[in-house]
Design a protein around this ligand. Sequence first.
Ligand code: P6P
Length: 353
Amino acid sequence: MVKPEQPVIPEHSLDRDCTTLSRHVLQQFAGFTAEAQDISAIMNRIALAAKLISRRLSRAGLMAGTLGFTGETNVQGESVKKMDVYANEVFISVFKQSGLICRLASEEMDKPYYIPENCPIGRYTLLYDPIDGSSNVDINLNIGSIFSLRQLEGDDIDEEARDMLQSGDKQIAAGYILYGPSTVLVYSLGSGVHSFILDPSLGEFILAEENIKIPAHGPVYSVNEGNYWQWEESIREYIRYVHRHEGYTARYSGALVGDFHRILLQGGVFLYPGTVKKPEGKLRLLYESAPLAFLIEQAQGKASTGTQRILDIVPEKLHARTPLIIGSREDVQLVESFIQDWLRRKSEQPVTA
Ligand code: P6P
């Protein structure tokens, strides 16, 4: 009897299992400079934060006091989830006594948070959304964390933190963690987009994919169509277009990181447009739109407000919001063409007395 071929399950090579996040970061620098060591150590601490949050999420339903709301409202005017508070504190804690990060700025904190012992040598600022999509926490759907690393310039304890109010092109690194069936960390230092998967048996993020490139076009459009009647007419025209044309499919999870990750891998476009009442949109520039725009451009995609490149925007305040159209180059350009066409037609209308 012929023995059926045994499926050969290739063991991960030892070298691959040793390609941890911190090693991958170092490989992107020309040498083992002080900066390389700093960035590698910072990424390693972010990975530790991700592991702590992932561990709590995996047992959240079994731990008293983990799910639900705190009863507080954050600077965004949003109800705060207990998981938001925990995750925010995790990012602070992993950088204490590290000599790495002088200042943190978060969606959950009105003002920047300083770690004085780090400031003399840790000339960096970490901006982050500790839990993005927290409405999904209590129903066990995917959520994420988003981070952006910038150089600290000027005085340390500058309440206004004016040096953070710079364009997204000034980011040193950006990335996100997706807490899904597996925990995935995606990041870029400006030399491509790379993904890592947490191997719980090792407690390490192991390299999964290097130099991810988004398809020039994809089938997915991701938007909350419940806001249809609040959008400008140009966006409604685009949505009617994808409704009428073959080859489009709607996917929207209510958590930006999960929707973004799908589009990064499969192609398409995510939209959170401004509305007539809130033309600036909902998503925050410095720790949501700008880090994702940094990634998408590294993956040869595009990110704009519909009329302006996200990475060109210089915010006037820490928690500034922007409309966001992000994803495959051709799909973002198609949305922009609807907006440009609508603006042209609007400008040609006779001004009514
Ligand atoms: P809406 C989550 O609160 C979030 O900031 C993003 O993660 C998500 O894409 C968006 O808001 C969802 O907002 O208005 O569609 O519920």
